[in-house]
Ligand binder design. Structure first.
Ligand code: GLP
Length: 241
């Protein structure tokens, strides 16, 4: 596991974006695993900046997002589909047909999960971007006594709904369910890129990266992967020796 701690957000975002840009320049049909939340926004901004400076093209790239809320339409500005268009897809030259998210409006979540896993198996992810929940979740894989390998629907923990309530008008509007890649699917990516910011995540960063591997901290499973890059700001990394 390679852990890099950055002094400024600017440096972290630039470095993370360069990993994607360099990969796409070396492998134009790369498969990128993408994430949402507040953490990746600056990274997407840097990627868009490079695209606008003609330093990279995404015409042949395919993307898979980690997760989506259940019951929120893609046109709804709270959906992760909307987020991805707003922060990345609408600003670059990637064809919409090559951008995949789990369908949170699917009638049958089990069928939708199988469909997503079949696509992932056909196009393995080269690099998967990951944020970290305060309770150690990755994607929407919540702490539990067992974890699912493949894509699945999940009931969100109250703490997760509360953490994400800042993006909604009120707590009542925060969905109760989401559909997410499983930890097994995430671990199949060639490279995992975990990005964490902020003092409020310093403790969980320490536990996830240096503590025992446990399903009660899903991100601790990353310790089993052969190629993990962790990018932290000073605050998130302050409890690491
Ligand atoms: C949500 C997402 C996760 C994300 C997490 C942290 O729960 N499903 O993929 O990593 O939030 O979000 P933030 O970066 O806003 O702290």
């Amino acid at each position: 596991m390679e852990i890099i701690i950055f002094e400024t957000q600017q440096e972290l975002d630039t470095y993370a974006a360069s990993l994607f840009i360099n990969l796409v320049n070396e492998k134009p049909n790369a498969v990128l695993g993408l994430a949402t939340g507040s953490t990746p926004i600056g990274i997407y901004d840097k990627i868009v900046e490079s695209y606008k400076e003609h330093k990279v093209s995404f015409k042949e790239v395919t993307t898979f997002n980690l997760d989506e809320y259940v019951g929120i339409n893609p046109e709804n500005d709270q959906s992760y589909a909307y987020y991805m268009n707003q922060h990345l897809f609408s600003h670059i030259d990637i064809p919409a047909a090559q951008t995949y998210l789990p369908d949170g409006m699917a009638a049958d979540m089990h069928e939708e999960s199988l469909r997503y896993d079949t696509m992932l198996a056909a196009q393995p992810v080269d690099i998967q971007l990951l944020g970290l929940g305060h309770n150690g979740h990755i994607g929407f894989n919540e702490p539990d006594v067992h974890l699912s390998g493949g894509t699945h629907a999940v009931k969100l923990k109250e703490e997760t709904r509360e953490a994400n309530a800042r993006f909604f008008a009120s707590m009542n509007e925060v969905p109760e369910y989401a559909i997410t890649m499983g930890v097994g699917s995430i671990l199949k990516a060639n490279t995992l890129l975990l990005v964490v910011r902020g003092a409020d995540k310093a403790q969980i960063v320490k536990e996830a990266l240096t503590g025992p591997i446990t399903t009660s901290i899903p991100a601790s499973l990353l310790q089993t992967h052969a190629r993990v890059i962790v990018l932290l700001d000073r605050e998130a990394g302050r409890m690491l020796a």
